[in-house]
Ligand binder design. Structure first.
Ligand code: AMP
Length: 281
């Protein structure tokens, strides 16, 4: 596995791969790789000829007071894990290369970026779409792989690719969970053992909502209310949002039917976690 940190090195390698007519698969990450990330790498490896992974904790998607400064890192471990999965090129962008002094251009997907996480983390998705756009321009992937764990991010990136005529396919991969149902996340490392147990309430609440719907409940407000009270029985959990929305527009629904997304962000102690479930009703 090759490792590059500068843009000229990256471009040289990408040019070489393109000259060999190989297809490029790309998995952008913020590092501290876990099985969720690795599932993306494996799928990319199967679907393309040359696998590029990036690790970059993108400062412009963090608001002041969020966890940018303490975001977990393990470059040696990540390098070993990526190599183990057959990653061909690990790109570790330098902050000053992606955002040189005087940088003023941003990419924004309106509408989809303004609900759910966009409401509680204003500016977050603008940071995500801007960096993903830059990384797409640099890596020139044929396919880019994202996790359903970040359902809203997947929709926003697909919309950006479509609206801006980008020449690549976005592949969405299923959520990978711990045995107890907790969706894998680098941020789970912030949790102590009591909080880890409490954090299972996210997935349990999704199953609870799913059961209500399977039993015939069709009023989103009722499902929301009952699920919120299910979560509130966990003393360490504080709901940031819990919403039932249309799974492609992310707009609120008057009745539970068709493809819906149940999405939530919950604080467990000081740690903010997200999870979601798509249901076809
Ligand atoms: P991150 O490093 O958190 O920015 O995540 C990088 C990519 O991995 C994103 O596309 C995430 O959606 C995906 N990802 C993170 N956690 C999981 C998970 N538990 N299952 C599947 N994909 C995930």
């Amino acid at each position: 596995m090759k490792k590059v940190c500068t843009i000229p090195e990256l471009k040289r390698e990408i040019r070489r791969v393109k000259d060999e007519h190989k297809t490029i698969g790309f998995v952008p990450t913020m590092g501290f790789l876990h099985e969720g990330h690795l599932s993306l790498l494996r799928k990319a490896k199967r679907q393309t000829d040359y696998l590029v992974t990036s690790i970059f904790v993108n400062p412009i998607q963090f608001a002041p007071g969020e966890d940018l400064d303490k975001y977990p890192q393990d470059l040696d471990g990540d390098t070993a894990r990526a190599a183990q999965e057959g990653c061909d090129l690990l790109y570790l962008p330098r902050k000053e290369d992606l955002y040189p002094p005087g940088f003023t251009s941003y990419v924004e997907v309106s509408g989809l970026s303004e609900t759910l996480c966009g409401k509680t983390r204003p500016g977050h998705f603008r940071g995500v779409t801007t960096v993903v756009n830059k990384l797409f321009n640099l890596v020139e992937p044929d396919r880019a792989f994202f996790g359903q764990k970040d359902a809203q991010q997947c929709l926003i990136i697909k919309k950006m690719v479509e609206d801006l005529d980008m020449n690549l396919k976005v592949v969405v991969c299923p959520i990978v969970r711990e045995k107890n149902g907790l969706a894998m996340s680098s941020r789970n490392s912030y949790l102590d053992s009591r909080e880890k147990e409490a954090a299972t309430v996210l997935y349990r609440s999704l199953l609870f909502a799913e059961r209500l719907i399977e039993q015939g409940e069709r009023d989103p407000a009722t499902v929301r209310e009952k699920t919120a009270s299910f979560i509130s029985r966990e003393p360490l959990a504080k709901i940031e949002y819990l919403e039932l929305v249309n799974s492609s527009s992310l707009k609120g629904i008057a009745e539970i039917k068709g493809n819906i997304l149940i999405a939530l962000a919950v604080r467990i102690g000081r740690t903010r976690l997200i999870d979601n479930m798509i249901m076809e009703v």
